[in-house]
Design a protein around this ligand. Structure first.
Ligand code: NAP
Ligand code: FE
Length: 365
């Protein structure tokens, strides 16, 4: 019998306008808040207005760091860390896609620990990071319920994640209205990221009887959104389902980690500027074909829950939603495989993953 524990300390509040309705929940974290966002999306989504209203209603003072870049770098989070060390907030309220949410986790850590940003990867800190309240405005990363922060490390020419359990946000507010203005391409890219968490999590060697409950339900919800994703038209219930599916994906990977898809996808983002979800999605068909050799029953469950007949149909769906894979030269394929094989997620994939296996997946995608 497999031994495992299940730990999900984030309080998830789901519903419209609950951030304002339940503003008194913010009081427990203190009197000073640092808002962490990207440039435009927080305001555009309506979440920033709600957050400001909620903070003001509780007499909580705040400053706003709105300079989080997409795929934030160590330098970018260091700038946020500086603001936090000067302002000394009691907690952080992060609004945005995975980029601001992940940046907030790094800033929360740098705020209480006098360390250089590259020391975040020690995953050991003298002082507990500041509490984080997370408000997703994309339905993709699930970062609002994970302890992971994924940052771009230019010297290593890739992305790396750090994590400690204290980085699980204390509260996540899920309000589909904040994703309503997402342009269609970003909706699709981020939805595919959520799907990849659900699929990779379910197919991970670390999957458990409990994580399977979340990944299965997430895939079933996601499947209901396939027609909307294809059409590029989203009703409120589609937006809500995608958001919940994304959170279920986050709960899943908090326990299972991701697998080789994410390991390879980081290079496609770093070198070819593919958005994170698209970088995963273009590999998904081949990943399923590979995994079916080692875990045929699980792969057939995934396809069944998604309402797809085989891995070819998944590959076609991904192509329809995301466009074609970037063309890669043979030396790029070798280099990305060599980089990916060094990541720990490789060990969570099924079978014996070698550089050749990874190269074949990249080539055949
Ligand atoms: P993102 O990089 O946070 O945002 C992508 C773009 O969407 C940005 O230009 C952003 O604008 C815009 N945007 C966000 N919400 C919007 C809205 N409601 N309306 C209009 N535009 C909006 O995208 P993401 O895919 O959510 O996050 C990707 C990052 O998360 C990557 O760094 C990835 O590695 C990481 N990730 C983390 C985890 C985890 O467990 N922590 C898991 C998977 C991925 P602004 O610039 O104005 O904000
Ligand atoms: Fe991801």
């Amino acid at each position: 019998m497999q031994s495992y524990s299940f730990f999900m300390p984030t309080k998830v509040v789901h519903g419209e306008k609950e951030l304002v309705a339940q503003a008194e929940q913010l009081r427990q974290f203190g009197k000073k808040c640092l808002l962490v966002t990207g440039k435009n999306s927080a305001r555009l989504s309506g979440a920033l207005d709600d957050a400001e209203e909620a903070l003001k209603s509780q007499g909580i003072g705040y400053e706003h760091f709105d300079r989080v870049e997409n795929n934030p770098s160590l330098e970018n989070v260091a700038a946020g860390g500086e603001v936090a060390r000067r302002y000394k907030p009691d907690f952080i309220l992060a609004i945005g896609g995975g980029s601001p949410l992940d940046a907030a986790k790094a800033i929360a850590t740098l705020a209480t620990n006098q360390i250089d940003p590259d020391e975040l990867y020690s995953n050991k800190f003298d002082h507990t990071p500041l509490p984080i309240v997370a408000i997703p405005t994309t339905a993709g990363t699930g970062s609002e319920v994970t302890p992971y922060s994924i940052l771009t490390v230019p010297e290593a020419e890739t992305k790396r994640s750090f994590s400690v359990p204290e980085l699980f946000p204390k509260i996540a507010f899920l309000d589909w209205r904040y994703t309503e203005n997402l342009p269609v391409p970003i909706t699709r890219d981020t939805a595919v990221d959520a799907l990849s968490h659900l699929v990779e999590g379910y197919l991970s060697r670390r999957a458990t009887g409990t994580s399977d409950i979340f990944s299965e339900q997430g895939m079933r919800l996601w499947a209901k959104c396939i027609p909307a994703l294809r059409k590029g038209e989203f009703r409120p219930e589609d937006r809500d389902r995608l958001l919940v599916a994304s959170t279920l994906g986050g709960i899943t990977i908090s326990h299972t980690g991701t697998t080789l898809v994410h390991s390879l996808g980081y290079s496609l983002t770093y070198y070819h500027d593919l958005p994170h979800g698209r970088a995963n999605g273009v590999l998904m068909g081949e990943y399923l074909r590979y995994t079916a050799k080692h875990a045929p029953e699980q792969v057939s469950n995934v396809l069944g829950w998604l309402g797809l007949a085989n891995a070819d149909e998944l590959a076609t769906l991904m192509k329809d939603l995301l466009g074609p894979m970037v063309a890669l030269a043979e030396d790029e394929i070798k280099e990305y495989s060599a980089k990916a094989i060094r990541t720990k997620n490789i060990g969570y994939s099924q079978g014996e993953v070698t550089e050749d296996v990874l190269s074949k997946i990249l080539r055949d995608s």
